[in-house]
Design a protein around this ligand. Sequence first.
Ligand SMILES: *Cc1c(COP(=O)(O)O)cnc(C)c1O
Length: 424
Amino acid sequence: MTSTDERGEGRGYPSCATVDLAAIRHNLGVLRAAAPGALQLATVKANAYGHGLIPVARAALAAGANWLGVAQLAEAFALRDGLDRAGIDRADAPILAWITPSSCDFSAAMKADIDLSVSWRSGLADICAAARTVGRPARVHVKIDTGMSRAGATLADLPALASELREAADRGLVDIVGAWSHLSRADDPSEAGNASTANHVRVFEEGLAILRDAGVRPRIRHLAATSGVLWHPETHYDMVRVGIGMYGLSPDPAVATAANLGLIPALALRAPLTLVKVIEEGTPASYGGTWVAPTRRWIGLIPLGYGDGILRAASNRARILVRTASGTLSAPIVGRVCMDQFVVDLGSAPGNAGWPASRSGVAPASVGDIATLFGNGDDGEPLADEWASAADTINYEIVTRLGAHIPREYRDRSRQRNGREERA
Ligand SMILES: *Cc1c(COP(=O)(O)O)cnc(C)c1O
């Protein structure tokens, strides 16, 4: 494993998120096989779902992803900057940003060759103003609200937007690259879920017809995210936007697990035990004393907390896997997750009250032993899915919450086999 200290990052942060780029490539291959006829947009918003924007974007492009997608324009600027620095031709790395309020610097976006989503006439006017300044057409994707009531023009508002788009295109102010929308229940296999997806498709088709009637001819229609790719082939159109699946997580493990889908979780979060000690029966751990040692116990301390993105809702509920000198040990979180640390229960300690740890038998783990909070499950460690159910949330939140300050380390198993390990 290469030390992140070499880069000057990670100094003083004992924990590390290891990202397996070969897994990301593999997952993109699985998703491509599920939607073979469609272009593939790799969704790298939220710091690539916590996996690290630039290394993941580069791995995705290397794996054949045709597009990159982010939510915020700020993310798009950082992405373009990183790809430029890596010498990646802009023509090989089109970027779509979909949160584009009027406060955005659309001229800068155009200069960075970022495609912009348009949902409203006012947004289109701002983009046209930027296009006049820059002196060339802005590349836009018109968004249709097909039933999520998030961004996008409703069918009622679309005709007016469509005619203004047509006019702007005629005046050379916009290049209408795409027409798109987003599904709200594509992971829901119930009758109501399937009816919702069918309705999204119907509304999308109506929207496309409105655009066609107005003389607006988008080249790329896109509707599906990972769950649409996996479970609704009728939503694939010309391009799919894959997110959670490329990171090796299921959009809904209750429908199909990552293993069922042949996906490999790419991120493993690890931290060393910073303390191992014995506490007496009846001793509370962490704030509020929500856990009290049921017997004399060995406990350990992990240097990660909610300030790092470890959800406090996982207090007393999630577990970690510690690799010890003699094997692995599954250890539950006990007490509340603090801002920077949490306590785990390593098992009962023999001996009598008041005896020091040195007289309490062989410690089940040692300071410095590496704990895996979540990973791909190969060693019996929890998946992000297990943390998600412990914290009453979704795996998306477990990975995207991880603080950007936690050092990321990039591994590439297929290259390692050839004796070369490359950090992206
Ligand atoms: C986040 C997002 C995606 C990716 O969704 P996944 O479920 O992670 O595949 C695609 N499109 C839009 C608009 C998104 O916001």
